[in-house]
Design a protein around this ligand. Structure first.
Ligand code: KIV
Length: 280
């Protein structure tokens, strides 16, 4: 399908558009052995780039606390902030599935609170689905949210909102607990499950224990899909370098080189040249 969209110079440009990814498509990918792709975005420009590149799902993660806000963790991120960033992302997305994170303390107080917060991410933010952390303990929240037909993605293993209880960002190895968590979240009605920082063989066991797709991060190749923080995989954010991140580009160093060149040209009187100036 081709659509017409305004380009930066105001002239309409025709670009091919892929079919929009839906929650049922996401679920059926597992049965069709199609590996799913998910990346994070927090603004219009990045969302537009990821969507154009064909990523299946865009996560407005609470990792924005680290990569956007410069905090050492995600615990201070508020629901208002995730709604704000989801709005920016939604404007840039045409085909990817938008999943918005429920931040710390926006769903733990009661199932009612979980449902209200999720409703705001959908209604005000423009998300298609929400994600929350926790296994068995988060079952009442998932059950409440799905009663309003809001699709929920679970998140087990290393759950960054549990940072203080876990004592750090550590690989999670309790097989019995993780398998219980995965099955409980599926039974509660989630349509997909993020599995973070789990040994690869255990993640594979989790994948075969549930029918919903598992999306791994630091969980090896035996998941139904993969997710990374975009700023990590592009080399934009280098404060932390987890072993599971592959840097697919070094955009950070391209930016530094370009900015150094800009400063040099301005200081030398080389920019702007005649081609970047107007005549009277
Ligand atoms: O907040 C986030 O970006 C996430 C992913 C790392 C899964 O939860």
């Amino acid at each position: 399908m081709a659509t017409t969209s305004p380009s930066s110079n105001g002239v309409a440009a025709t670009t091919p558009q892929r079919r929009a990814m839906t929650v049922p498509d996401f679920i059926s990918a597992k049965a069709r052995s199609i590996r799913l792709t998910m990346l994070t975005a927090y603004d219009y420009t990045m969302a537009r780039l990821l969507d154009n590149a064909g990523v299946d799902a865009i996560l407005v993660g609470d990792s924005l606390g680290m990569v956007m806000q410069g905090e050492p963790h995600s615990l201070k991120v508020t629901l208002e902030e995730v709604i704000y960033h989801t709005k920016l992302v939604a404007r840039g997305v045409r085909s990817s599935l938008i999943v918005a994170d429920l931040p710390f303390m926006s769903y733990q107080l009661s199932p009612q609170q979980a449902l209200e917060s999720s409703g705001r991410l959908i209604k005000e933010g423009g998300a298609h689905a929400v994600k929350l952390e926790g296994g068995v303990r988060s079952v009442p929240a998932v059950e409440a949210i799905v009663t309003a037909d809001i699709p929920v993605m679970g998140h087990i293993g290393l759950t960054p909102q549990s940072l203080h209880r876990l004592g750090g960002f550590r690989v999670q190895r309790d097989a019995a607990k993780l398998l219980d968590d995965a099955v409980a979240i599926e039974r509660a009605g989630a349509f997909a499950l993020v599995v973070e920082c789990v040994p690869a063989d255990l993640a594979e066991q989790i994948r075969t224990s549930v029918k919903i797709p598992t999306i791994g991060i630091g969980a090896g190749a035996g998941c139904d899909g993969q997710v990374l923080v975009t700023h990590d995989m592009l080399g934009l954010f280098t404060d932390l370098r987890p072993r599971f991140v592959k840097q697919f580009a070094n955009v950070g160093s391209s930016i530094t080189t370009a900015v150094e060149e800009y400063c040099r040209e301005v200081r030398a009187g080389q920019f702007p040249g005649a081609e970047h100036s107007f005549r009277s």
